[in-house]
Write a protein of this length. Structure first.
Length: 129
């Protein structure tokens, strides 16, 4: 039996630096995973796989390039009374990390014991920044 090659092999070899560049371009100027995948002629799943691989190798972190903004809460921003940010009944419990993604693309990470009113004020301050 004689076999014929009907097309060019589709499998490509990507260096870690190239993968990292593609993975990091997600979110730049609002680019989605789908748009980045189409731009580089790869599947969306390939980008997610590269993210996982690069994270395991320690080459990529979702926190890279994170920006921290100082937030000052004052009575001028509508805070009528000052109370502890952490509920007293939960001080002895183990902290539970919570990550909240806001509609403007920003991300808040906080202790799950944070008081609801304080969290609301924090979200409003971050959205206004």
């Amino acid at each position: 039996m004689r076999g014929e090659i009907l097309g060019v092999e589709r499998r490509r070899r990507w260096r870690d630096e190239d993968k990292l560049g593609i993975v990091m371009s997600v979110g730049v100027d609002g680019a989605t995973v789908t748009q980045v995948a189409q731009r580089h002629d790869v599947s969306r799943q390939q980008i997610y796989t590269w993210r996982r691989e690069l994270k395991k190798k320690g080459l990529w972190s979702p926190d890279d390039g994170a920006l921290f903004f100082p937030v000052e809460l004052s009575s001028a921003q509508g805070i009528s009374d000052v109370r502890p940010a952490i509920r007293e009944e939960s001080v002895n419990s183990d902290p539970v990390p919570v990550e909240l993604r806001l509609s403007n693309g920003r991300c808040l990470r906080f202790d799950g014991r944070l008081d609801g009113a304080t969290l609301t004020q924090l979200i409003r301050a971050v959205e206004a920044a």
